[in-house]
Design a protein around this ligand. Structure first.
Ligand SMILES: Cc1ncc(COP(=O)(O)O)c(C=O)c1O
Length: 400
């Protein structure tokens, strides 16, 4: 009988179903090769002599993707094994050389404090947020030594965490204190604060039941100039948007958003506009969308299927002033059809990263007269003024 050498896996722990399916009692085990883990199942690769037998018996043994090591060149000499200090040094150099941003301070509940050393600004690889996307995040701008809309962002952050079923490592007021203290230590007066809540580290399984403590991370990034007000072109995104359950929470699964942004950039546009399951205008990949109708109404899509943007919501409040000044006739949340959107006098993108950005062209359609409109410009100014000198409800002073 002909025989051939092949490799198979012996399950040593983990999954009872796989244990049953992968048991090969009649196969002689001749050479144990190495122990490793795969999808949470520990196994040993074993070289065995397999006698030719009916296909039904051997099909579980053969897998052409389990490479025969003799097929590949192995050169292990140029892969260094590093000491702790070498790792730290390389992390620091890597950050300096490959990031155009300055990370001023980081809090991690894993090490239970704040660091200003970029080399230490790391998170555990077995964090459920890293390998399963089980995390939520939010931001707040730092302007003139104040955190803008910190409480509004924090409320959304905690709502997102609750929807993602992530517990809190600290109560709200402690999280707020930690965020403010991280900015204090960073000495950053202009920049941004970003923060994450995750199911935490523990293991690499799908269930978070092995992650005993949720984790909080926060980082302060210096700089970032005030966004410009130049108008942009947008396209209708062909990347499917998230279903409402996931679109309304700011979770870390931004792959659709990233792909949508890449699609826009490849088409010479600033952003892709998502349409919802009924074909109405939804949002952009990290911004909301607003229109000024021919009746001079400021019109925005409802927030029930999209992220409830802090900047968009604030601009609805600030826009009251534009009604008083007669620049707009009213403010309305409602369904916006593509046709209605493309026929609008003005279209704009609103978000904390861009404030208010006029849209001059959507796909092939020129919006209004193809120039930056007065309402977008007025809203931009109102938000900027609010960031610089708004009430204490939206400006939290950082005690440096
Ligand atoms: C999907 C999405 N929509 C809208 C926004 C705008 O929200 P905010 O104004 O709070 O930045 C964001 C912000 O990142 C976003 O990611």
């Amino acid at each position: 009988m002909a025989s051939s050498m092949t490799f198979l896996c012996e399950i040593t722990s983990g999954n009872a179903f796989l244990n049953r399916s992968f048991a090969f009692p009649s196969v002689p085990r001749e050479a144990q090769r190495l122990s490793s883990g795969f999808h949470g199942v520990k196994f040993r690769q074993i070289a065995v002599e397999v006698k030719r037998r009916p296909w039904r018996e051997v099909r579980a043994l053969k897998n052409s993707h389990w490479a025969d090591p003799t097929d590949t060149d192995i050169n292990l000499s140029d892969i260094p094994v590093l000491s702790n200090s070498e790792v730290a040094e390389r992390l620091r150099t890597n950050q300096e050389q490959h990031s155009n941003q300055h990370y001023m301070a980081m809090f991690s509940s894993i090490f239970g404090g704040i660091t200003t050393d970029p080399a230490a600004m790391v998170i555990p690889m077995d964090d459920h947020m890293v390998h399963r996307g089980h995390g939520v995040f939010d931001t707040a701008a730092i302007m003139d030594g104040h955190l803008y809309e910190l409480d509004q962002h924090l409320d959304r952050f905690l709502r997102s965490a609750s929807m993602a079923r992530i517990g809190l490592p600290f109560d709200r007021s402690k999280i707020r204190d930690i965020l403010i203290k991280t900015v204090t230590i960073s000495k950053c007066t202009q920049g941004s604060l970003r923060y994450w809540l995750s199911a935490g580290p523990g293991d690499f399984y799908l269930s978070p039941s092995g992650c005993p403590r949720p984790a909080l991370y926060a980082i302060v990034i210096e700089g970032g100039s005030i966004p410009d007000q130049r108008g942009v072109r947008v396209i209708t995104s062909t990347i499917p948007m998230k279903s409402p359950q996931f679109a309304i929470m700011k979770n870390v699964n931004y792959l659709p958003n990233v792909l949508s942004k890449m699609e826009a950039e490849e088409n010479g546009a600033f952003a892709g506009i998502w349409l919802d399951d009924e074909g109405y205008v939804a949002e952009g990949p990290n911004m909301n969308v607003a229109f000024v109708t021919a009746d001079k109404e400021l019109l925005m899509p409802h927030f029930d299927k999209i992220l409830s943007g802090c900047t968009a919501k604030r601009s609805l409040v600030l826009a009251e002033k534009l009604i008083r000044e007669g620049m707009i006739a009213g403010i309305r949340l409602g369904n916006v059809s593509v046709e209605q959107g493309k026929m609008a006098d003005e279209m704009m993108l609103i978000g904390s990263g861009i404030l208010v950005k006029p849209v001059l062209q959507w796909d092939k359609h020129i919006i209004g007269d193809g120039k930056e409109g007065p309402v977008a410009s007025a809203l931009f100014d109102l938000i900027l003024e609010d960031m610089k000198s708004g009430p204490t409800s939206v400006r939290v002073p950082v005690p440096f």
